[in-house]
Design a protein. Structure first.
Lengths: 258, 360
């Protein structure tokens, strides 16, 4: 469980979060949607306790599992070294991971399917593998809250699906609350229970995916006409949300809009 | 869901990773064994080589007698040379080399930059100024140690104050502040040299600044050893934490570390090491750069391994360099000059091969 109450964050005169109260309960996965520059990353930083707040309170566990978008490494550690670092919080200033900690890290790697990469230097991994290793590290922290900053941004379709599947698995198996940002509303539709929309006008809409992820909200969110498509050819009923222009790429009117 | 999940997730291959883990540990053990042999060889070379050369067997006999027969009278000339001259010098060089190598490795982790050294933080120039000032004042021994440590610490505090903006010290501001403070203390050293008595303290200052173990005695060893050991052990104890501190600040914080404070613990340990070393043997550079790099190339990046391996190799290297310094010519070559002469080209070669490999 992680929570913000009446939080305001300003950058100079620009208000990023205006008296926002948010509650992310356990066992729920929340997708954060919003246009570029609206403050998604600032919100994540606030949740992580790394953003100075102008007012308001943050209630969070001591350790929050965090998967950054990218990692700059000056020293090319191996993937396992990276994942073991997730145990740092429980080890303190002078602690060193023992066999037990090492096994927790290995289990986390196995869980996201990168157990075969333990000895590979992190910098030699592909973008998708790096994201999974970072997710393994976040899991290895044992934190109740996982925060992912655009986890699928750099991934190809296969890795994107794999990551979303793993996220779904984790949320179903454990009492964690998972929060991730994304530019693709379909991720919210397919993986999340709740959605937090950071609207261009500075307001936020927070609710369940079924009630909140609607055409009109999405249209306002992105400033692009959005529509749902129902896919009936599968056993499971499946919908997809897409911008309207993509149906008519060749129409002159639509491409002007794009 | 869009795809069936099970086929995408590979099952844990615990047997395979266990094997890999064992192989890695075995490789590490072999590497540490080789390093220890190198250190022992270096110590032996230091015991035996010199103007008065002593056979290894005799050297061993003297050391064993001394270790296991307390209260033994030292009267033979070779006993006196080994026990009163060479052993304190070897131990001092060993502690200093280990400390400097570990300090360099720690700073490189904390700064996320493989090219930093104690010089960068202004610690070495600060400690050098303290030492020079003490010599000008005619102070030696504990006073010199105190002054060079205090001056190194003052340089560090200045860097800290200068780099602290809005309650946080970013890496880049620390490096820039370090350059500023280094320049300042470098200028103060020049000024002290200018003001020093050319017939009295000036030669002493010049020789001291070049770095040398020539004056090592048991007394000097007891002066410098506590600081060298303390600083080295502190960094040794924090070697896993160094991995965390080598990450981006935001990431380190999310893993439960407090980089703003923990960095300064490392800086303090480095200051203790450098201050103690500089006060007894002058400025000796390059160890903190060459040794950790060599170790990383052999044993990987994990500071849990890099720190202890750097300590062993640093000790071996400085003992070896110091032995060369006193045996190569009739007069002693300044140790600081020798480590730079050896260190700079070695480092240049390492750097090129390292980055060539990385770019492929």
């Amino acid at each position: 469980m992680i929570m913000l109450s009446d939080v305001t964050v300003r950058f100079g005169s620009r208000v990023i979060l205006d008296n926002v109260s948010l509650h992310f309960p356990k066992n729920r996965t929340t997708a954060i949607l919003g246009p570029n520059g609206r403050g998604k990353t600032t919100l994540l930083r606030t949740l992580l306790g790394q953003q100075k707040m102008n007012s308001g309170l943050r209630h969070a566990p001591k350790i929050v599992g965090y998967v950054p978008q990218a990692v700059m490494l000056a020293h090319p550690y191996s993937a396992l070294d990276i994942v073991v670092m997730g145990r740092a919080a429980s080890l303190g200033l002078f602690g060193r991971p023992d066999k037990k900690e090492q096994n927790i890290a290995l289990e986390a790697m196995a869980r996201v399917g990168v157990a075969h990469l333990t000895d590979t230097p992190f910098l030699r991994l592909s973008g998708g593998e790096r994201q999974l290793v970072l997710l393994a590290r976040a899991i290895a922290t044992g934190a109740d809250v996982l925060i992912l900053d655009e986890p699928a941004a750099a991934l190809d379709l296969h890795n994107e699906m794999r990551l979303l599947d793993i996220l779904t698995d984790i949320s179903q198996e454990s009492d964690k609350s998972i929060i991730f940002t994304t530019h693709n509303p379909n991720h919210a539709l397919n993986v999340a229970d709740d959605v937090l929309m950071m609207m261009p006008d500075g307001s936020t809409i927070h609710g369940t995916v079924n009630e909140t992820l609607k055409t009109d909200n999405l249209t306002r969110l992105y400033g692009v006409d959005m529509q749902f498509i129902r896919l009936d050819n599968q056993a499971e009923e499946q919908s997809l949300v897409i911008p309207s222009f993509s149906l008519c790429r060749k129409c002159p009117a639509a491409s002007v809009k794009f | 869901m869009l795809t069936s999940r099970a086929e995408n997730i590979r099952l844990p291959t615990s047997l395979k990773t266990g094997e890999m883990e064992n192989r890695r540990l075995a490789k590490q053990a072999v590497a540490f064994l080789i390093l220890s042999v190198v250190l022992l060889g270096s110590i032996f070379f230091g015991l035996c080589a010199g103007r008065f050369s002593i056979t290894p067997a005799r050297a061993l006999e003297i050391v064993f007698n001394w270790l296991f027969t307390p209260g033994l009278l030292i009267n033979q000339i070779d006993e006196r040379i080994i026990l009163l001259v060479r052993i304190p010098r070897i131990i001092l060089a060993g502690f200093a080399g280990a400390g400097l190598a570990v300090a360099g490795a720690a700073l490189q982790a904390v700064f996320r930059n493989p090219l930093v050294s104690p010089q960068i933080l202004g610690i070495s120039p600060g400690a050098a100024f303290g030492g020079v000032l003490a010599i000008v004042l005619g102070w030696w021994g504990l006073a010199l140690l105190g002054l060079s440590f205090a001056s190194g610490l003052i340089a560090l505090v200045f860097v800290g104050l200068l780099a602290r903006i809005n309650g946080r010290s970013e890496i880049i501001t620390v490096i820039l502040a370090g350059i500023v403070i280094s320049a300042l203390f470098g200028a103060l050293v020049s000024l002290s040299q200018f003001l020093a008595d050319p017939n009295g303290s000036l030669p002493a200052i010049v020789y001291w600044l070049m770095g040398s173990m020539a004056s090592a005695t048991w007394q000097k060893l007891t002066l410098a050893a506590p600081g060298l050991i303390m600083g080295t052990l502190l960094i040794m104890a924090m070697r896993f934490r160094l991995n965390i501190l080598s990450l981006d600040d935001a990431e380190a914080r999310s893993l439960g570390a407090n980089p703003d404070i923990e960095r300064w613990i490392i800086f303090l340990a480095v200051t203790i090491i450098v201050g103690s070393q500089v006060s007894v043997s002058g400025v000796i550079g390059w160890i903190g750069l060459v040794i950790p790099h060599t170790v990383r190339m052999i044993m990987g990046q994990d500071n849990r391994v890099v720190i202890p391996a750097s300590a062993i190799l640093g000790a071996a290297f400085l003992i070896f360099a110091d032995t060369l310094a006193r045996t190569m010519t009739a007069a002693e070559i300044p140790l600081g000059a020798l480590t730079a002469l050896v260190g700079a080209p070695v480092f240049a070669v390492l750097l090129r091969s390292h980055y060539r490999e990385r770019m492929q």
